[in-house]
Ligand binder design. Sequence first.
Ligand code: ATR
Length: 292
Amino acid sequence: PYETLLREANDRPFAAIVGWPVEHSRSPALHGFWLKQHGISGHYGRLPVEPKRAALEELIAFLKRTPNARGCNLTLPHKIDIMPLLDRIDPLARHIGAVNTVIKQPDGTLEGRNSDGFGFLEALKQGAPGWQAAAGPATVLGAGGAARAVVATLVAAGVPELRLVNRTQKSAIDLGVAFTPSDGRRIAVERWDERDAALDGATLLVNTTSLGMKGQPPLEIDVGRLPANAVVDDIVYVPLETPLLAAARARGQRCIDGLDMLLHQGRLGFEAWFGQKVAVSREQRRAVAADL
Ligand code: ATR
């Protein structure tokens, strides 16, 4: 795969999505759109890397010795395991506990950052302009890697109360302990089979579980318990319209899908690798969503 990537890059600056598997990643399409839009001579490819320490070490050595390698994105299952191999982790990525973007510095060292929380918040702000973090409680479903970025971001954004619900309750409790702020605001953990009750009065619901994804069962939850002006955000993006979003839309609630988060999280890496400020647009969304 390294040979293929080098051939495709053809001496141009490049980055890549690193994961296992990576065949279905939308990242090459979203970065490819920006490269073309701005007429940048560069490349963004795919790099399948096995979930083994030696394979990640090989990746690090490749990025360091290849002059035109600018960095990479990381997806499942590498976001945590890459951390000890990097030269520096920025404070936000350290706080979230995962790295999704690696940027090669001018001195050749590798810095890890996390843009998932940024992507989540930007998608939310642009998709639901009136939504205010301080206005009411937020409910987050799930306690995996994505939930960590979402919870850290919502706490930092100022939500007055956070409710966490996960099938494995212990993971939600651990996450709540890790992200409870020191200013007296609470993170409440609710039981999975009582998740409907966690929606009462919440102004934001975020699904970070894989339920509703193609091939997975739908997420069963009564969005009718949310206030009419609530925002429902599903970070799943295959399909774009999950059963959760369809139910929320039918009630007139504002909906955010996972594709916007994906597009926005890409900005941080792109701007650092290729030195060009970029914006998410309808055209880009259409291009990336084309075969979803
Ligand atoms: P990610 O990094 O994308 O968040 P993950 O770490 O695998 O992925 O987390 C998946 C989340 O979906 C978890 O919160 C998981 O719940 P558990 O902690 O109980 O495993 C949740 N999830 C997956 N399948 C589920 C199902 N069938 N019912 C309920 N929750 C499910």
